[in-house]
Ligand binder design. Sequence first.
Ligand code: COA
Length: 160
Amino acid sequence: MMKIAHATPQDVIEIQRLLRETWNDTYGGYFFQATLDEVYKNWQSIEFLTRQIEDFEIYFPIVKETESMIGVATARLSEDVIVLFRLYVYPQHQRKGIGELLINNVIRHFPKAKKIQLHVDLKNEKGQAFYKKQGFKEMKRESEKVANEVIDQILMVKEL
Ligand SMILES: CC(C)(COP(=O)(O)OP(=O)(O)OC[C@H]1O[C@@H](n2cnc3c(N)ncnc32)[C@H](O)[C@@H]1OP(=O)(O)O)[C@@H](O)C(=O)NCCC(=O)NCCS
């Protein structure tokens, strides 16, 4: 049976494992190793993830199926816009509707929001296909430097 609930600090090791495995599956083939390491060190560290789980302004749902974690999302409200920081589903559980379940759960969590937005990597075609199917539109392209690599991203927005 599938359950969806806010993450607790006890979930952090499993969340980290899910993020690392899914991140590596998605980007391992084309980001520099230094970029991957920088992400692991900063945004997938136990300390960073625990701070996010304990931050009352951050919504951090996880999906579990028979006690195993299969997907996570992280979002916060900025004025009337939901900013989605991450949406990850284990590779072996993708394309079964878990991503859609999580994104709809995030939208329901912030009923007053007027829009939802996220950045998706320009090379992440799977992510872009998913968000387009969910009704997101490309707004603009932006670049960010991580370690020594320039990462091109697309800002995608959906009106609610
Ligand atoms: C993007 C992601 C969250 C989608 O989750 P999901 O549970 O697979 O998505 P759903 O099953 O709800 O939706 C399926 C739709 O997503 C897109 N999609 C998912 N996997 C795809 C693939 N391998 N190739 C192309 N499109 C794909 C398609 O639009 C698909 O619809 P279709 O099957 O009718 O073609 C998931 O692929 C993932 O975790 N990717 C790695 C992390 C990531 O890129 N996150 C988003 C950027 S922050």
